[in-house]
Design a protein around this ligand. Structure first.
Ligand code: PEP
Ligand code: MN
Length: 347
């Protein structure tokens, strides 16, 4: 629409799109409103739409991922996570955030200790698995709802929104009840039923990149969520499978500028699962922020040898603190700032 198009003109376009059998999607930007028409191209009379009042132009979005595309929404999307029991954290645009915690929630004492450590060093959101996707069915699978309850209480006490993985459509309702954001794990990036199910909620979705997924595949997975009405998707680059075996996965730093070019949605980086080794985690986090990522999700543990899952990649509290000081400086160069924990100091 032309800048400052009247609400009545917007309503008229919406009504015409509906009449043609397509689904309208109104996106109000800082300067202009963009109205998406989602449906078969053949059913839309573009010439007619172009003649409506205050329509500046009609642009067919040729990309298969439409709602996720930059053409659909020119400004960076800023996604808010949290509330009502915890302060909201913004991710996207100039807002960067650090999400940190253990790989899995193993007991209450370890959760609180790690959460306090990372919070005091600059993390504003808590991560941790209650349902773990393990390569072996005999490995620790997570504590399920018990872990979710501990996590909710801990997040509330420390003022940190919580993010946790949902592995199956049957868990969506339960995880939604406790978590502030869903994590879709790398192994589930193309679990289309699961994507649709979280797309029916309003909670933000941290969408990890599949182990062997192209950036286009990844954008189409985001489209599954968006197409169900949930606009809150955050990409997470966590490394892909390559022939390289010196690290766990190869962090594809190039996906960060590519996603930012092709999409309006934020992207963060997970240096922990990419490195698989704490010695390399800080360098990969730094590379991600330098490439323009809107934050990190990282694993930390005060005693990694005790961890039942991913101990070798968990940052020690000192390393974590040092990393946050470094990332704060890199973010400033990249014209972003890391959110700081609000109000109450960790007791
Ligand atoms: C995790 O975050 O603990 C995890 C299992 O990540 P990914 O799905 O990226 O392997
Ligand atoms: Mn892990």
């Amino acid at each position: 629409m032309s800048p400052n198009a009247a609400p009545a003109a917007v309503d008229r376009v919406v009504a015409e799109i509906e009449r043609m059998g397509a689904r309208p999607h109104v996106s109000r930007g800082q300067f202009r409103t963009i109205i998406g028409a989602i449906g078969e191209e053949g059913t839309l009379d573009q010439n007619h739409l172009a003649t409506l009042d205050a329509v500046e132009r009609v642009v067919p979005i040729m990309k298969p991922y439409k709602l996720a595309s930059r053409e659909f929404h020119e400004d960076d999307s800023v996604i808010q996570i949290g509330g009502p029991s915890v302060p909201k954290v913004s991710i996207g645009g100039r807002h960067a955030a650090c999400i940190a915690g253990p790989c899995a929630i193993e007991n209450e004492q370890m959760l609180y200790r790690i959460a306090r450590d990372v919070r005091d060093a600059g993390a504003v959101m808590l991560r941790g698995g209650a349902f773990k996707p393990r390569t072996s069915p005999y490995s620790f699978q997570g504590l399920g709802e018990t872990a979710l309850k501990w996590m909710r209480a801990c997040g509330d006490e420390l003022g940190m929104p919580i993010c946790t993985e949902v592995m199956d459509t049957r868990q969506v309702e339960l995880v939604e009840k406790y978590a502030d954001a869903f994590q879709i794990g790398a192994r589930n990036m193309q679990n289309f039923d699961l994507l649709r199910e979280v797309g029916k909620t309003t909670k933000p979705v941290l969408l990890k990149r599949g182990l062997a997924a192209s950036v286009k595949d990844w954008l189409l997975s985001a489209e599954y969520v968006l197409s169900q009405g949930n606009p809150n998707v955050i990409f997470c680059e966590r490394g892909i499978k390559t022939f390289e075996d010196s690290v766990r996965y190869s962090l594809d730093v190039s996906s960060i500028p590519v996603i930012k070019d092709w999409s309006h949605l934020p992207i963060i980086v997970d240096p922990s699962h990419a490195a698989g080794n704490r010695a390399y985690v800080v360098a990969l986090a730094a590379a991600g922020i330098a490439a323009g990522a809107h934050g990190i999700i990282v694993e930390s543990h005060y005693c990694p040898s005790e961890a039942q899952c991913d101990g070798p990649q968990a940052l020690l509290p000192d390393q974590f603190r040092h990393m946050m000081l470094q990332l704060t400086q890199i973010a400033a160069i990249m014209n972003k700032s890391f959110a700081h924990a609000q109000s109450k100091k960790a007791p």
